[in-house]
Design a protein around this ligand. Structure first.
Ligand code: NAX
Length: 326
């Protein structure tokens, strides 16, 4: 008998949604024996555009795709879903500071946290919409689902770091392992090459240009989103959708022995991160829906300093939306 999965995507008519839905519906993520229902949330004025996307989904005649629901009601969208991919949020407007964006988007995640609570007792949640860590903190805090069901996406940053290391070392992508993104999905994040491995050896042994590892590598990953906007005129979409699906796959299967992946989860106090803060750390999934934070990954004093900058930013973001927390 075939299995089935129901996936909610918010902001489904946006550019990441458009790059994500067809891959989800193709069966790439959950495998060829899993039937798929999609539940798509948009704001009311965008529903007609979303109808066009649904026409295109139909026109693909995907074998595994059963229902597609579109709605502007979060509770309807989340009804009985196994995964909720929270992509939708307002983009940063002209002259808007990060703090303004947090205040603008925070209430969306209060509503969606509540809706998840009522409609989706089995859901696993990935927050992509920015500021992702703090939006995730708000959604998790406004829901009674276990905190471990919530994550904010740093897989795109992880993939960017992996690609930079592979290109520099002249190796295949899969030769790079044990990359970690620490902290916030923002320009303060700390991409960790000190613990990364290339072909099983420390990245610092394989790449002799340590100035690059301590300098350009870090800033390149931190500022890659802005670099893509400058070149393309639009923010990362296909790579972001790819990373979201990569996250779902990573969480759904046992992580290969000795490796880990990055995502921002609700802190249990590991690495001195304030309990409850949503912070990116190294994660291993057990293949049964559970995960653990990899412990004792060493950090030099230099690395700790970098990580602390991002941690401090997360604390500030939390203070900006303190009134939205229960
Ligand atoms: P778009 O502006 O193309 O799409 C966003 C969609 O969300 C729009 O269709 C909008 O109508 C919808 N939306 C707004 N408020 C909503 C609500 N309350 N409920 C449901 N839908 C709502 O943006 P897109 O390029 O798709 O990016 C989406 C989000 O991902 C942005 O916040 C963006 O900053 C964030 N990103 C996060 C990344 C990450 O690694 N965590 C990387 C890529 C991306 O920048």
């Amino acid at each position: 008998m075939s299995k089935s999965v129901k996936v909610a995507v918010t902001g489904a008519a946006g550019q990441i949604g458009y790059a994500m839905l067809f891959r989800l519906a193709s069966g790439e993520v959950f495998g060829p024996d899993t039937r798929i229902s999609l539940s798509l949330l948009e704001i009311t004025p965008v529903l007609p555009a979303l109808e066009g996307v649904v026409m295109e989904l139909d026109d693909c005649a995907f074998s595994l795709l059963d229902d597609v629901v579109i709605t502007d009601n979060a509770e309807t969208a989340f009804d009985g879903v196994n995964w909720a991919l929270l992509v939708g949020s307002k983009p940063r407007g002209k002259g808007m500071e990060r703090g303004d964006l947090i205040r603008e988007n925070g209430p969306i995640f209060v509503g969606q946290g509540n809706a998840l609570n009522k409609a989706a007792s089995n859901a696993r949640v990935l927050v992509v919409g920015n500021p992702a860590n703090t939006n995730c903190l708000i959604a998790a805090n406004n829901s009674d689902l276990p905190a471990s069901r919530f994550a904010a996406m740093t897989q795109l940053d992880h993939n960017r770091a992996t690609a930079q290391l592979a290109r520099k070392a002249g190796v295949k992508m899969d030769d790079v392992t044990n990359v970690t993104i620490w902290g916030n999905h923002s320009a303060t994040q700390y991409p960790d090459a000190e613990n990364a491995k290339i072909g099983g050896k420390p990245a610092y042994e394989v790449i002799s240009d340590h100035d690059w590892l301590k300098g350009e590598f870090i800033t390149k990953v931190q500022k890659r989103g802005a670099e893509v906007i400058a070149a393309r005129g639009h923010s990362s979409a296909a790579s972001a959708a790819n990373a979201a699906l990569h996250h779902v796959k990573n969480m759904s299967k046992p992580t290969p022995a000795g490796d880990w992946f990055s995502c921002a989860v609700v802190s249990d106090g590991s690495y001195g991160i304030d309990e409850g803060l949503v912070c990116s750390v190294p994660i291993r999934a057990d293949g049964n829906g559970g995960f653990s934070i990899v412990q004792n990954v060493p950090m030099s004093d230099w690395a700790k300093e970098k990580f602390n900058i991002s941690l401090e930013e997360l604390r500030t973001e939390k203070s900006v939306i303190a009134d939205l927390l229960k």
